[in-house]
Design a protein around this ligand. Sequence first.
Ligand code: ACM
Ligand code: ZN
Length: 768
Amino acid sequence: MKYLSHLLLSALSAFIPVGSTAGGIDFRTVPLPHSIALTPGDRPFSLTCNTIISAADSLSSEAAMLESWLPIATAPGARPGVISLRADLYDANPEAYTIEIAPDTLTINGASAAATFYGVQTLRKALAAATPAVDGSIDIPTGRIYDYPRFGYRGMHFDVARHFFPVDSVKSYLDMMALHGLNRFHWHLTDDQGWRVEIKSRPRLTEVGSRREGTIIGRTGPGYDGIPVEGYYSQQEIADIIAYAARRHITVIPEIDLPSHMQAALASYPELGCTGGPYEVWQRWGISPDVLCPGNDETMRFLDDVISEVATLFPGPNIHIGGDECPRTRWEECPKCQKRIRDLRLEDRDGVTAEARLQGYVTEYACDVARRHGKRAIGWDEILESNAPDDAVVMSWHSVTGGLEGVRRGHQVIMTPSQYCYFDYFQSPDGPDEPFAVGGLNGVDHVYSLEPVLPDFSDSDASLVLGCQANLWTEYVRTLSHAQYNVLPRMAALSEVAWTAPELKDYEDFRRRLLPLMAVYDSCGYNYARHVVEVAVDFEPDAQAEALVMTCSALPGYSIRYTLDGSEPTPASTAYTVPVSLRSDCVIKVNAFSPEGRPGRATCDTLAITPLTFGICEIVSQPYYVYAFKGAPQLVDGLHGTKYFRTGRWLGFSKSPLDATVTMRRPAQLSSVTFRTVVKPVDALADAASATLYGLPAGSDTWIELASETYPPDDPAADHHISTHTLSFEPRELSAIRLVAEPVAMLPPEHPQGGWPALMFVDEISAR
Ligand code: ACM
Ligand code: ZN
C-alpha cells in the first residue's frame, strides 16, 4: 500500500509510488546543512516503493514535489516506512528545519512550509548520492539533521529584457533556484532593448517596446543581424509565474529600471524623453544617453501608473526601481529638466550636481509610489549618489562599496558585487571552448570566496546585510541552455555563500559535494559547466633549479595522467603524484580520469626554453589589474600562450608601456629578442606601436641600444591572431636585456574601438 495524505489522494489519483534505489545516501549536500548527526548501527530507515508520504493539507504541494523527486520504484520493500512532512518546528529562524530519521519514520519538520520545502530539497539531493542495493531499496541511517540559512535574502536575477525567455524557461530557472535553496527572484523586466511586462494603462509599452528589429553583432559591431527579438509576459502569465514561484517558496521581485535603461519605453512614448525622439527599441549594448525626462509632468504620471500597476500585479513586499547607469547629459540640455531643477531648488553642492539631485528626486518619487502600495523599493547602488529615502534597500553591484556606503548611511543592503556575482562573466579562461561572454573572469571558486559581511562591519552593520544575489545579464545569452551553462554550478557556490555558516565553508569539500549535485543536474537535463571537476594545472618557475615546476590537482578518486610529447594522455600515461620539474622543451598535456575511467578535458601547454628563460624579470609599470595574473616572472617562464588572451599566459598592458628588464642566469651570446602580441580589433587588442631593445654587455654597466622598430596600425578588419616581432642585432655577449614596447595610445576612428586606448598583450620574451 502506498499513499500520500488523504487530501493528496484526491489530487493525485490513488496511489503514489515511492522509490527504491539503495545505500550511500549523503546528507552533506549543497548547500551544506548546519549539523548532521547520524547514528549508523541502529536499524536504518528503508526507502522502498512501499514507503508512504504523509503530509498535512497545507504541505500537499511539498509532498507532491518530494514524490516526484524520489527515485522510481523498482522493487517492493519489507517495511512500509513513512516520510512525514510537518511545519510545526519551533525555531527562531523561520526557515529552519530538521530531518529526524528513525527506523520506521523519516520526519521533515520545518518552522514554516518554506523550511519544510528546504528539508525536502536536502533529502532529494542526499538521495542523489545513493547507489542501488540489490533489492532496490535505499537505507537511510537514523539520526538528525538540523539546518537553517544564514541570510533571509538569497537571490538570483534574470535579465529577460536583452533577450526574451518564454514562460517555461522562467519556470525552469525558478526550479534551478529552488534546488539551491534560493528564495528571491529578481526579474529584470525592462531595459533599453525590450519592455517585457504588460502594463494595461500604457499598452504601447508592449505593442512597440517589446520588439527590436535586430541586434548588434558581437559587442560593438560592425553591423546588425537584422533578426527581430520580441516577446513579453501578459499579466496572466505573470500571475502564473508568481504562483509557480510561490509553490517553490520564491518571492518575485519585479524590476522597472528607471530613469535610465528606458529606451524601449521612449520608443513607445517618445514624449517621455527630453528630445521627443524619435527613438527605437535599442539594438546596441551599453548605456543609452536617452533616459526619461523628469522635467515632464507626464513622465511622473507614467512612473506612478507603471509602478502602481506593477505593485498590484506582484504580491511581494519589494519592487526594484533600478537607478543604475543614468547619463544626465540630456537633462543638462533640456529646458524642462532645468526648470524642474530650478523649481525644486536643486543645486550643485558638496560634489553632487543638480542633475544628480534630479535623479534623487525621481528615486524618491518612485519609492513614494511603492510605499503608497505598501512596498519597499530596492535600487542599484547609484541611488546613493543623491538622497535615497531611508527605507530604500541598496543593491551593491559596484563591488562591495555600495554596500559599505549603504550600511554607513543606515540602509538595508543586498550584496551583489559584480566581480563575484555576475554570471555573465566568463567562468573559465578557456577562450576557444567557452561561449561568448561579456568579459571578466568569475570562476566557481571565486564566487565561493565571496563574504557578504565585510570584516569591519559591527554586529549592527551586519544586521543590515539582508543577503546576497547573483545576476545573469543576457546580452549574449539567447537560450535557456546557455543560461543554464552560465548559472550552473556557480549558483551552487552562491547558495553556499548565502546559506551555509562561514565556519563550515571549505572550497575543496564543496567541490567534492558538487558531484552528487551534478547527478541531479543530469537528471533534470540541465546544461552546466564542468570546470570544477577538471584537472587544475599550475606552473611556477624555479630559477635556482632552472626548471618549471608543474603542480596538478583533481577531485579525490580521480587519477591524473600526463604526457610531455604532445600526445593525448590516457589512463596508461605517466601518473602524476608529486610536482614535476620540467627542464627542456616539451608540449605538456594533462588530464584527470574519473573512477570509472572517464576523461575530462586535457590541458595543453608548450614550454620553450631560451637564454632568457628563468631569468630575473622586472617591469616598470604593472599590467592592467584584470590581466596582471602572476606578473613579470611570467614573461620568462618559458610558457607561450595561444591566441586566447584570458588564459593567464598573457599580461595585458594599457596606456603605459611594457618596460621589462631581464637579467639572465649567466651571460649569453645573443643576436635577437622576440616578443608576441595578440591582435583582436573587436576587443581593442592591438599590436605594439613600437619597440626598442637595449642590451647590457657582459662585464659592463652601460646599457646600449640594440634595435628599435615601429609597427604599422592593425587592419581594423583583421582576424584574431598572434603577431610576432623579432628584433635582430649583431651577435653580442650580454648579461641582461631591456625591452620597451609601447601600446597604441588611442585607437584611430576607423577602428571598431576607435577613441579608446588599446590593450597590448604579451606572453613571453625570448632570445636567440
Ligand atoms: C548593472 O549592472 N548595471 C546593475
Ligand atoms: Zn528633460
